[in-house]
Design a protein around this ligand. Sequence first.
Ligand code: BES
Ligand code: MN
Ligand code: MN
Length: 456
Amino acid sequence: MDSALRYAETNFDRFTEELEELLRIPSVSTDSAYADDVRDAAQWLVDHFEEAGIETAEIMETDGHPIVYAAHHAGDDKPTVLVYGHYDVQPPDPLDEWESDPFEPTRRNGTIYARGACDDKGQMFMHPKAAEAYLHGEGELPVNLKFVIEGEEETGSIHLPGFIESHAHRLDADVVLISDTAMFAPGVPSITYGLRGLAYTEITLQGPNRDLHSGIYGGGVDNPVHALSDIISNLTDDNGRVAIPGFYDDVRDLTDEERKTYARLPFDEDSWMDEIGIEATRTEAGYTTLECLSARPTLDVNGIWGGYTGEGAKTVLPAKAHAKISMRLVPNQRAEDIYEKMESYLKARCPDTMSLTFRRLHGGKPVLVDTESAAMQSAKAAMGEVVGTEPVFVRNGGSIPIVADFKDILGLDSVLMGFGLDSDAIHSPNEHFAVDRFQQGIRSIIRFHEHYAASA
Ligand code: BES
Ligand code: MN
Ligand code: MN
Protein backbone atom coordinates (compact mmCIF):
# COMPACT_ATOMS: atom_id res chain seq x y z
CA MET A 1 0.00 0.00 0.00
CA ASP A 2 2.84 2.42 0.79
CA SER A 3 4.20 2.28 -2.75
CA ALA A 4 0.72 2.91 -4.12
CA LEU A 5 0.38 5.96 -1.87
CA ARG A 6 3.82 7.17 -2.95
CA TYR A 7 2.98 6.66 -6.62
CA ALA A 8 -0.17 8.75 -6.12
CA GLU A 9 1.76 11.55 -4.38
CA THR A 10 4.25 11.87 -7.23
CA ASN A 11 1.53 11.74 -9.90
CA PHE A 12 -1.18 13.95 -8.42
CA ASP A 13 -0.51 16.81 -10.85
CA ARG A 14 -0.96 14.55 -13.86
CA PHE A 15 -4.09 12.97 -12.31
CA THR A 16 -5.61 16.43 -11.97
CA GLU A 17 -4.79 17.36 -15.56
CA GLU A 18 -6.38 14.13 -16.77
CA LEU A 19 -9.53 14.90 -14.80
CA GLU A 20 -9.61 18.31 -16.47
CA GLU A 21 -9.49 16.59 -19.86
CA LEU A 22 -12.57 14.56 -18.95
CA LEU A 23 -14.32 17.68 -17.64
CA ARG A 24 -13.89 19.31 -21.07
CA ILE A 25 -16.29 16.78 -22.62
CA PRO A 26 -19.84 18.15 -22.17
CA SER A 27 -21.58 14.85 -21.34
CA VAL A 28 -25.01 16.27 -20.50
CA SER A 29 -27.29 13.24 -20.42
CA THR A 30 -30.70 14.88 -20.36
CA ASP A 31 -30.29 16.86 -23.59
CA SER A 32 -30.10 14.83 -26.82
CA ALA A 33 -28.05 17.61 -28.45
CA TYR A 34 -25.12 16.32 -26.35
CA ALA A 35 -25.55 12.61 -27.18
CA ASP A 36 -22.27 12.44 -29.15
CA ASP A 37 -20.39 14.12 -26.32
CA VAL A 38 -21.82 11.62 -23.85
CA ARG A 39 -20.47 8.82 -26.03
CA ASP A 40 -17.10 10.59 -26.37
CA ALA A 41 -16.82 10.75 -22.59
CA ALA A 42 -17.53 7.00 -22.36
CA GLN A 43 -14.86 6.25 -24.97
CA TRP A 44 -12.39 8.58 -23.25
CA LEU A 45 -12.90 6.57 -20.06
CA VAL A 46 -12.42 3.23 -21.79
CA ASP A 47 -9.13 4.46 -23.27
CA HIS A 48 -8.17 5.80 -19.91
CA PHE A 49 -8.85 2.56 -18.04
CA GLU A 50 -6.65 0.79 -20.57
CA GLU A 51 -3.82 3.29 -20.14
CA ALA A 52 -4.05 2.87 -16.37
CA GLY A 53 -3.25 -0.82 -16.83
CA ILE A 54 -6.70 -2.24 -16.13
CA GLU A 55 -7.18 -5.58 -17.93
CA THR A 56 -10.66 -5.15 -19.37
CA ALA A 57 -12.41 -1.97 -20.39
CA GLU A 58 -15.29 -1.70 -22.81
CA ILE A 59 -18.32 0.25 -23.85
CA MET A 60 -21.55 -1.64 -23.27
CA GLU A 61 -24.59 -0.45 -25.16
CA THR A 62 -28.00 0.20 -23.66
CA ASP A 63 -31.13 1.64 -25.23
CA GLY A 64 -29.88 4.96 -23.88
CA HIS A 65 -26.38 6.23 -23.19
CA PRO A 66 -23.59 3.63 -23.00
CA ILE A 67 -22.19 2.10 -19.83
CA VAL A 68 -18.45 1.81 -19.27
CA TYR A 69 -17.48 -1.56 -17.83
CA ALA A 70 -13.96 -2.32 -16.64
CA ALA A 71 -12.42 -5.07 -14.54
CA HIS A 72 -9.12 -6.24 -13.14
CA HIS A 73 -8.63 -9.64 -11.58
CA ALA A 74 -6.09 -9.81 -8.75
CA GLY A 75 -6.66 -13.33 -7.43
CA ASP A 76 -9.37 -15.89 -6.70
CA ASP A 77 -8.63 -15.62 -2.99
CA LYS A 78 -9.26 -11.87 -2.94
CA PRO A 79 -12.56 -10.06 -2.34
CA THR A 80 -14.17 -8.18 -5.21
CA VAL A 81 -15.09 -4.52 -5.05
CA LEU A 82 -17.58 -3.21 -7.60
CA VAL A 83 -17.06 0.52 -8.15
CA TYR A 84 -20.06 2.49 -9.37
CA GLY A 85 -20.01 6.07 -10.60
CA HIS A 86 -21.43 8.26 -13.36
CA TYR A 87 -19.76 10.19 -16.13
CA ASP A 88 -22.86 12.14 -17.17
CA VAL A 89 -23.47 15.64 -15.85
CA GLN A 90 -26.33 18.07 -15.34
CA PRO A 91 -26.95 20.83 -17.91
CA PRO A 92 -24.79 23.90 -17.21
CA ASP A 93 -27.55 26.52 -17.30
CA PRO A 94 -27.95 29.33 -16.31
CA LEU A 95 -24.79 29.98 -18.32
CA ASP A 96 -24.46 33.69 -17.55
CA GLU A 97 -24.01 32.92 -13.86
CA TRP A 98 -20.76 31.01 -14.42
CA GLU A 99 -17.55 32.88 -13.71
CA SER A 100 -15.69 30.65 -16.17
CA ASP A 101 -16.83 28.33 -18.95
CA PRO A 102 -18.52 25.23 -17.41
CA PHE A 103 -16.66 22.97 -19.87
CA GLU A 104 -13.29 24.70 -19.67
CA PRO A 105 -12.10 23.64 -16.20
CA THR A 106 -10.43 26.53 -14.43
CA ARG A 107 -8.37 26.36 -11.24
CA ARG A 108 -8.83 29.11 -8.68
CA ASN A 109 -7.31 28.82 -5.20
CA GLY A 110 -6.66 25.11 -5.47
CA THR A 111 -10.21 24.41 -6.64
CA ILE A 112 -11.38 23.16 -10.03
CA TYR A 113 -14.45 24.92 -11.43
CA ALA A 114 -16.38 22.97 -14.08
CA ARG A 115 -19.69 21.17 -14.56
CA GLY A 116 -19.13 17.66 -13.17
CA ALA A 117 -16.04 18.67 -11.14
CA CYS A 118 -17.65 17.14 -8.05
CA ASP A 119 -20.79 15.37 -9.37
CA ASP A 120 -19.53 12.95 -10.36
CA LYS A 121 -16.55 13.04 -12.72
CA GLY A 122 -14.14 14.36 -10.10
CA GLN A 123 -15.20 11.80 -7.51
CA MET A 124 -15.65 8.87 -9.89
CA PHE A 125 -12.21 9.48 -11.44
CA MET A 126 -10.49 8.96 -8.06
CA HIS A 127 -11.23 5.23 -8.44
CA PRO A 128 -9.30 4.44 -11.64
CA LYS A 129 -6.47 6.61 -10.28
CA ALA A 130 -6.32 4.62 -7.04
CA ALA A 131 -6.24 1.43 -9.12
CA GLU A 132 -3.46 2.83 -11.30
CA ALA A 133 -1.46 3.74 -8.18
CA TYR A 134 -1.61 0.09 -7.07
CA LEU A 135 -0.87 -1.36 -10.48
CA HIS A 136 2.07 0.93 -11.20
CA GLY A 137 3.32 1.57 -7.67
CA GLU A 138 2.81 -1.85 -6.16
CA GLY A 139 2.54 -4.07 -9.21
CA GLU A 140 -0.71 -5.63 -7.96
CA LEU A 141 -4.10 -4.91 -6.43
CA PRO A 142 -5.17 -6.16 -2.97
CA VAL A 143 -8.73 -6.72 -4.27
CA ASN A 144 -10.40 -7.66 -7.53
CA LEU A 145 -11.94 -4.58 -9.08
CA LYS A 146 -14.97 -4.13 -11.33
CA PHE A 147 -16.25 -0.79 -12.54
CA VAL A 148 -19.69 0.20 -13.76
CA ILE A 149 -19.65 3.85 -14.81
CA GLU A 150 -22.96 4.95 -16.26
CA GLY A 151 -24.06 7.87 -18.41
CA GLU A 152 -27.66 8.24 -17.24
CA GLU A 153 -27.56 8.84 -13.49
CA GLU A 154 -28.77 12.41 -13.78
CA THR A 155 -31.80 11.23 -15.73
CA GLY A 156 -32.79 8.49 -13.32
CA SER A 157 -30.61 5.51 -14.38
CA ILE A 158 -33.45 4.22 -16.52
CA HIS A 159 -31.48 1.47 -18.29
CA LEU A 160 -29.13 0.44 -15.52
CA PRO A 161 -31.33 -1.98 -13.52
CA GLY A 162 -31.95 -4.02 -16.69
CA PHE A 163 -28.22 -4.00 -17.45
CA ILE A 164 -27.42 -5.24 -13.94
CA GLU A 165 -29.99 -7.99 -14.23
CA SER A 166 -28.78 -9.24 -17.58
CA HIS A 167 -25.08 -9.06 -16.62
CA ALA A 168 -25.44 -10.23 -13.02
CA HIS A 169 -22.75 -12.91 -13.48
CA ARG A 170 -20.17 -10.39 -14.71
CA LEU A 171 -20.96 -8.04 -11.84
CA ASP A 172 -20.55 -10.66 -9.16
CA ALA A 173 -18.80 -8.95 -6.23
CA ASP A 174 -18.66 -8.67 -2.44
CA VAL A 175 -19.45 -5.00 -2.03
CA VAL A 176 -20.20 -1.85 -4.03
CA LEU A 177 -18.02 1.24 -3.51
CA ILE A 178 -19.31 4.68 -4.55
CA SER A 179 -17.96 8.21 -4.32
CA ASP A 180 -20.91 10.42 -5.24
CA THR A 181 -21.99 11.96 -1.92
CA ALA A 182 -20.94 14.80 0.33
CA MET A 183 -19.03 15.10 3.58
CA PHE A 184 -21.08 16.40 6.48
CA ALA A 185 -18.84 19.46 6.85
CA PRO A 186 -15.38 20.53 5.74
CA GLY A 187 -12.78 18.35 7.45
CA VAL A 188 -15.38 15.87 8.74
CA PRO A 189 -14.87 12.56 6.92
CA SER A 190 -18.32 11.10 6.36
CA ILE A 191 -19.69 7.77 5.29
CA THR A 192 -23.26 7.89 4.06
CA TYR A 193 -25.45 5.03 5.31
CA GLY A 194 -28.79 6.35 4.06
CA LEU A 195 -30.08 7.99 0.89
CA ARG A 196 -33.55 9.24 0.11
CA GLY A 197 -35.56 7.86 -2.79
CA LEU A 198 -37.47 9.87 -5.34
CA ALA A 199 -40.85 10.03 -7.05
CA TYR A 200 -40.92 12.67 -9.77
CA THR A 201 -44.17 13.73 -11.43
CA GLU A 202 -45.46 16.15 -14.04
CA ILE A 203 -49.00 17.46 -13.85
CA THR A 204 -51.06 19.20 -16.50
CA LEU A 205 -54.45 20.84 -16.05
CA GLN A 206 -56.36 21.43 -19.27
CA GLY A 207 -59.33 23.81 -19.32
CA PRO A 208 -60.63 25.27 -22.62
CA ASN A 209 -59.32 23.87 -25.90
CA ARG A 210 -57.19 27.00 -26.64
CA ASP A 211 -55.82 30.11 -24.97
CA LEU A 212 -58.64 32.67 -24.76
CA HIS A 213 -58.98 36.46 -24.77
CA SER A 214 -59.42 37.21 -21.07
CA GLY A 215 -61.77 40.10 -21.81
CA ILE A 216 -64.10 38.12 -24.04
CA TYR A 217 -64.10 34.90 -21.99
CA GLY A 218 -62.90 35.94 -18.51
CA GLY A 219 -65.74 35.58 -16.01
CA GLY A 220 -67.25 32.50 -17.58
CA VAL A 221 -64.29 30.13 -17.87
CA ASP A 222 -62.33 28.54 -15.05
CA ASN A 223 -58.59 29.28 -15.12
CA PRO A 224 -56.22 26.25 -15.03
CA VAL A 225 -53.41 28.30 -13.48
CA HIS A 226 -55.67 29.23 -10.58
CA ALA A 227 -56.80 25.65 -10.13
CA LEU A 228 -53.21 24.35 -10.21
CA SER A 229 -52.09 26.93 -7.65
CA ASP A 230 -54.97 25.92 -5.42
CA ILE A 231 -54.12 22.23 -5.72
CA ILE A 232 -50.44 22.88 -5.01
CA SER A 233 -51.19 25.02 -1.97
CA ASN A 234 -53.08 22.06 -0.51
CA LEU A 235 -50.30 19.52 -1.02
CA THR A 236 -48.62 20.48 2.27
CA ASP A 237 -50.14 21.62 5.53
CA ASP A 238 -49.30 24.18 8.23
CA ASN A 239 -47.16 21.65 10.06
CA GLY A 240 -44.88 21.21 7.07
CA ARG A 241 -46.34 17.78 6.40
CA VAL A 242 -47.38 16.36 3.06
CA ALA A 243 -51.20 16.30 2.94
CA ILE A 244 -51.59 13.32 0.58
CA PRO A 245 -53.55 10.67 2.54
CA GLY A 246 -51.39 7.69 3.45
CA PHE A 247 -48.13 9.46 2.46
CA TYR A 248 -46.50 8.63 5.82
CA ASP A 249 -47.94 5.11 6.18
CA ASP A 250 -44.70 3.26 5.44
CA VAL A 251 -42.21 5.75 6.84
CA ARG A 252 -39.74 4.08 9.15
CA ASP A 253 -39.31 6.46 12.06
CA LEU A 254 -35.90 7.53 13.31
CA THR A 255 -34.59 5.35 16.13
CA ASP A 256 -33.67 6.99 19.43
CA GLU A 257 -30.06 6.10 18.69
CA GLU A 258 -30.19 7.86 15.32
CA ARG A 259 -31.77 10.97 16.84
CA LYS A 260 -28.94 11.13 19.37
CA THR A 261 -26.37 10.78 16.59
CA TYR A 262 -28.05 13.56 14.60
CA ALA A 263 -28.02 15.81 17.66
CA ARG A 264 -24.27 15.27 18.13
CA LEU A 265 -23.36 16.28 14.56
CA PRO A 266 -21.61 19.67 14.31
CA PHE A 267 -24.46 21.63 12.66
CA ASP A 268 -24.62 25.41 12.92
CA GLU A 269 -28.11 26.26 11.73
CA ASP A 270 -27.49 30.01 11.54
CA SER A 271 -24.50 29.78 9.25
CA TRP A 272 -26.30 27.13 7.22
CA MET A 273 -29.17 29.61 6.67
CA ASP A 274 -26.69 32.42 5.96
CA GLU A 275 -24.95 30.41 3.27
CA ILE A 276 -28.16 30.01 1.23
CA GLY A 277 -29.58 33.43 2.09
CA ILE A 278 -32.65 32.51 4.13
CA GLU A 279 -33.73 33.93 7.48
CA ALA A 280 -35.91 31.12 8.74
CA THR A 281 -36.32 27.42 8.06
CA ARG A 282 -39.52 25.58 7.26
CA THR A 283 -39.47 22.07 8.67
CA GLU A 284 -41.84 19.27 9.55
CA ALA A 285 -43.20 19.76 13.06
CA GLY A 286 -41.58 17.46 15.60
CA TYR A 287 -38.24 17.03 13.80
CA THR A 288 -34.98 18.97 13.77
CA THR A 289 -33.80 20.68 10.59
CA LEU A 290 -31.07 18.11 10.13
CA GLU A 291 -33.54 15.25 10.49
CA CYS A 292 -35.88 16.87 7.96
CA LEU A 293 -33.02 17.28 5.49
CA SER A 294 -32.27 13.60 5.19
CA ALA A 295 -34.46 11.28 7.28
CA ARG A 296 -37.94 12.66 6.56
CA PRO A 297 -39.86 12.55 3.26
CA THR A 298 -40.64 15.81 1.45
CA LEU A 299 -42.61 17.25 -1.47
CA ASP A 300 -41.34 20.12 -3.63
CA VAL A 301 -42.57 21.89 -6.73
CA ASN A 302 -39.58 22.02 -9.08
CA GLY A 303 -41.19 24.15 -11.74
CA ILE A 304 -44.56 25.67 -12.63
CA TRP A 305 -45.65 27.26 -15.88
CA GLY A 306 -48.65 28.27 -17.92
CA GLY A 307 -50.06 31.29 -19.71
CA TYR A 308 -48.00 34.27 -20.78
CA THR A 309 -44.56 34.68 -19.19
CA GLY A 310 -42.81 36.86 -21.79
CA GLU A 311 -42.03 40.55 -21.64
CA GLY A 312 -44.80 43.03 -20.95
CA ALA A 313 -48.50 42.16 -20.65
CA LYS A 314 -50.65 39.90 -22.79
CA THR A 315 -54.28 39.50 -21.82
CA VAL A 316 -54.89 35.79 -21.96
CA LEU A 317 -56.84 33.16 -20.13
CA PRO A 318 -54.54 30.14 -20.45
CA ALA A 319 -55.83 26.79 -21.64
CA LYS A 320 -53.26 24.82 -19.66
CA ALA A 321 -51.14 24.89 -16.54
CA HIS A 322 -48.24 22.60 -15.68
CA ALA A 323 -46.07 21.71 -12.71
CA LYS A 324 -43.19 19.36 -12.02
CA ILE A 325 -43.45 18.02 -8.51
CA SER A 326 -40.99 15.69 -6.83
CA MET A 327 -41.11 13.83 -3.56
CA ARG A 328 -38.06 12.59 -1.64
CA LEU A 329 -38.83 9.26 -0.03
CA VAL A 330 -37.38 7.48 2.97
CA PRO A 331 -37.45 3.79 3.91
CA ASN A 332 -39.87 2.00 3.59
CA GLN A 333 -41.88 4.20 1.21
CA ARG A 334 -42.20 2.90 -2.35
CA ALA A 335 -42.40 5.20 -5.37
CA GLU A 336 -45.20 3.18 -7.03
CA ASP A 337 -47.38 3.39 -3.93
CA ILE A 338 -46.71 7.12 -3.49
CA TYR A 339 -47.50 7.80 -7.17
CA GLU A 340 -50.87 6.07 -6.78
CA LYS A 341 -51.76 7.95 -3.62
CA MET A 342 -50.78 11.27 -5.14
CA GLU A 343 -52.63 10.65 -8.39
CA SER A 344 -55.90 9.85 -6.65
CA TYR A 345 -55.55 12.84 -4.31
CA LEU A 346 -54.93 15.16 -7.26
CA LYS A 347 -57.75 13.73 -9.37
CA ALA A 348 -60.15 14.16 -6.46
CA ARG A 349 -59.17 17.84 -6.24
CA CYS A 350 -59.34 18.62 -9.95
CA PRO A 351 -62.35 20.89 -10.57
CA ASP A 352 -64.97 19.46 -12.99
CA THR A 353 -64.31 22.45 -15.27
CA MET A 354 -61.06 20.86 -16.46
CA SER A 355 -59.08 17.63 -16.78
CA LEU A 356 -55.88 16.54 -15.09
CA THR A 357 -53.13 14.37 -16.51
CA PHE A 358 -50.53 12.85 -14.26
CA ARG A 359 -47.17 11.62 -15.54
CA ARG A 360 -44.67 9.58 -13.57
CA LEU A 361 -41.23 10.77 -14.72
CA HIS A 362 -38.82 8.71 -12.71
CA GLY A 363 -38.53 7.16 -9.32
CA GLY A 364 -35.86 5.72 -7.09
CA LYS A 365 -35.85 3.66 -3.94
CA PRO A 366 -34.56 4.96 -0.61
CA VAL A 367 -31.77 3.03 1.13
CA LEU A 368 -30.29 2.36 4.54
CA VAL A 369 -27.05 0.38 4.91
CA ASP A 370 -25.75 -1.47 7.97
CA THR A 371 -22.83 0.52 9.40
CA GLU A 372 -21.26 -2.46 11.18
CA SER A 373 -20.20 -4.43 8.09
CA ALA A 374 -16.51 -5.11 7.37
CA ALA A 375 -16.70 -2.85 4.33
CA MET A 376 -18.21 0.10 6.22
CA GLN A 377 -15.66 -0.28 8.99
CA SER A 378 -12.87 -0.44 6.38
CA ALA A 379 -14.12 2.85 4.94
CA LYS A 380 -14.18 4.36 8.41
CA ALA A 381 -10.60 3.29 9.11
CA ALA A 382 -9.38 4.47 5.69
CA MET A 383 -10.96 7.92 5.81
CA GLY A 384 -9.99 8.43 9.44
CA GLU A 385 -6.32 7.74 8.67
CA VAL A 386 -6.28 10.10 5.71
CA VAL A 387 -8.18 13.02 7.21
CA GLY A 388 -6.90 12.58 10.75
CA THR A 389 -10.29 12.84 12.46
CA GLU A 390 -12.92 10.27 13.40
CA PRO A 391 -15.37 9.74 10.50
CA VAL A 392 -19.11 10.08 11.07
CA PHE A 393 -21.89 7.94 9.64
CA VAL A 394 -24.61 10.15 8.17
CA ARG A 395 -27.80 9.92 6.15
CA ASN A 396 -27.99 12.06 3.07
CA GLY A 397 -31.01 13.77 1.52
CA GLY A 398 -30.08 13.18 -2.12
CA SER A 399 -30.77 10.10 -4.23
CA ILE A 400 -28.66 7.61 -6.14
CA PRO A 401 -31.37 5.37 -7.55
CA ILE A 402 -29.20 2.40 -8.39
CA VAL A 403 -27.99 1.77 -4.84
CA ALA A 404 -31.23 0.00 -3.89
CA ASP A 405 -31.08 -2.05 -7.09
CA PHE A 406 -27.57 -3.28 -6.29
CA LYS A 407 -29.08 -4.65 -3.08
CA ASP A 408 -32.28 -6.05 -4.61
CA ILE A 409 -30.76 -7.52 -7.79
CA LEU A 410 -27.23 -8.51 -6.74
CA GLY A 411 -27.68 -8.69 -2.96
CA LEU A 412 -24.86 -6.17 -2.50
CA ASP A 413 -24.52 -3.41 0.08
CA SER A 414 -22.95 -0.13 -1.00
CA VAL A 415 -20.28 1.86 0.80
CA LEU A 416 -20.85 5.54 0.08
CA MET A 417 -17.51 7.22 0.64
CA GLY A 418 -17.97 10.77 -0.65
CA PHE A 419 -15.66 13.76 -0.74
CA GLY A 420 -18.01 16.49 -1.95
CA LEU A 421 -19.31 19.35 0.16
CA ASP A 422 -22.87 20.74 0.07
CA SER A 423 -21.23 24.05 -0.88
CA ASP A 424 -19.60 22.55 -4.02
CA ALA A 425 -22.60 23.83 -6.01
CA ILE A 426 -23.43 20.55 -7.73
CA HIS A 427 -26.27 21.04 -10.27
CA SER A 428 -25.70 24.82 -9.88
CA PRO A 429 -23.56 27.43 -11.64
CA ASN A 430 -19.86 27.39 -10.64
CA GLU A 431 -19.78 23.75 -9.55
CA HIS A 432 -16.36 23.02 -8.07
CA PHE A 433 -14.20 20.43 -6.34
CA ALA A 434 -11.09 21.18 -4.30
CA VAL A 435 -7.90 19.49 -5.51
CA ASP A 436 -7.02 18.52 -1.93
CA ARG A 437 -10.28 16.58 -1.56
CA PHE A 438 -9.61 14.86 -4.89
CA GLN A 439 -6.26 13.78 -3.42
CA GLN A 440 -7.77 12.79 -0.07
CA GLY A 441 -10.27 10.68 -1.97
CA ILE A 442 -7.56 8.81 -3.87
CA ARG A 443 -5.59 8.18 -0.67
CA SER A 444 -8.74 6.98 1.10
CA ILE A 445 -9.66 4.59 -1.70
CA ILE A 446 -6.11 3.17 -1.72
CA ARG A 447 -6.39 2.57 2.04
CA PHE A 448 -9.93 1.21 1.75
CA HIS A 449 -8.83 -1.57 -0.60
CA GLU A 450 -6.05 -2.58 1.79
CA HIS A 451 -8.30 -2.61 4.89
CA TYR A 452 -11.10 -4.40 3.09
CA ALA A 453 -8.76 -7.06 1.70
CA ALA A 454 -7.47 -7.69 5.23
CA SER A 455 -10.95 -7.88 6.79
CA ALA A 456 -12.87 -9.85 4.20
N1 BES B 1 -24.63 12.61 -6.58
C1 BES B 1 -25.99 13.04 -6.58
C2 BES B 1 -26.75 12.61 -5.35
C3 BES B 1 -26.23 13.13 -4.04
C4 BES B 1 -25.63 14.37 -3.93
C5 BES B 1 -26.36 12.35 -2.93
C6 BES B 1 -25.16 14.81 -2.72
C7 BES B 1 -25.93 12.79 -1.73
C8 BES B 1 -25.31 14.03 -1.62
C9 BES B 1 -26.67 12.48 -7.82
O1 BES B 1 -25.91 12.68 -8.98
C10 BES B 1 -27.97 13.19 -8.04
O2 BES B 1 -27.94 14.35 -8.34
N2 BES B 1 -29.09 12.49 -7.91
C11 BES B 1 -30.37 13.02 -8.22
C12 BES B 1 -31.33 11.91 -8.52
C13 BES B 1 -31.51 11.60 -9.97
C14 BES B 1 -32.59 10.57 -10.12
C15 BES B 1 -31.76 12.80 -10.83
C16 BES B 1 -30.95 13.77 -7.06
O3 BES B 1 -30.69 13.44 -5.91
O4 BES B 1 -31.70 14.71 -7.34
MN1 MN C 1 -23.95 12.18 -8.68
MN1 MN D 1 -26.26 14.79 -9.66
